[in-house]
Design a protein. Structure first.
Length: 249
């Protein structure tokens, strides 16, 4: 039996409710679900989910009967990604992948070599877009929440909020990433700093070093900015799964 269709639903509560217009269109037109079909609703803001069934109700809305919400079984990794603002849709790609891979939070940082420069109003619109992208990525990946998203913001502000005990700057030619992770526990917070196109300048690398970030590399190749952080997240996901398996978690 196939899994129920996953649908984002804000302010999830038990009872009969109409689906939001966009969700109703997605359920009935894109996936052609009908009365009696089951859904899995999830609230990305609270991490709750609930089983639901499409039921009859006042037109033109699409109604569903929602069971008692429960905490999602999904647990994000305690990983905070600080990504230098890239041009075009590169931040979109990073947030989509970071959500699917389980990052707990993503900060987009404005740096000296960031090609893109966003005014405050454009930055606010971009965060709304990133939130929509993260929700869709959560739906597709089975995640019950989305990462905390912030930015675009000065790199200094992003670094100042880091609380993770393990802090890593991705830098070509540095010590291999796994060497930095020898003593890592899968439940220990990690902060990853990735520069934009052209990387971080010397002042920013020094700023990161003073904030406790140690350089690490992903090997001999130099990766594009939108791929570097995602590759590191993938490595952490794989290593974290292995550590949990070895410890019987």
């Amino acid at each position: 039996m196939s899994k129920p269709l996953r649908v984002p639903f804000d302010h999830l509560a038990a009872g009969s409710h109409p689906l939001p217009e966009a969700a109703a269109r997605y359920v009935t037109r894109v996936h052609r679900r009908k009365l009696g079909d089951r859904l899995c609703l999830f609230d990305p803001g609270t991490g709750l989910e609930a089983d639901a069934e499409l039921v009859d109700g006042p037109a033109p809305a699409v109604w569903c009967r929602v069971d008692e919400p429960r905490p999602s079984a999904y647990r994000p990794l305690p990983i905070h990604l600080i990504q230098g603002l890239g041009k075009g849709d590169k931040p979109d790609e990073v947030i989509r992948a970071a959500t699917a891979l389980g990052a707990a939070s993503v900060s987009v940082a404005q740096t000296e070599r960031s090609v893109a420069r966003l005014a405050d109003e454009r930055g606010a619109a971009r965060v709304e877009r990133w939130t929509r992208i993260a929700i869709e990525a959560a739906r597709q990946s089975g995640r019950g929440d989305i990462p905390r998203l912030s930015g675009p913001e000065p790199l200094e502000d992003a670094l100042a909020r880091v609380a993770a005990p393990l802090r890593i700057t991705l830098a070509p030619g540095a010590e291999p990433l796994f060497a930095r992770l020898r003593a890592w526990r899968a439940d220990e917070g990690v902060a990853l700093l990735v520069g934009p196109e052209g990387g971080l300048d010397e002042r920013e690398l020094e700023l990161a070093a003073r904030a406790g970030f140690a350089p690490a590399s992903l090997g001999a190749t130099v990766l594009r900015t939108e791929l570097a952080g995602v590759a590191a997240l993938g490595a952490l996901v794989a290593l974290g799964a292995l550590i949990r398996q070895d410890r019987g978690a």
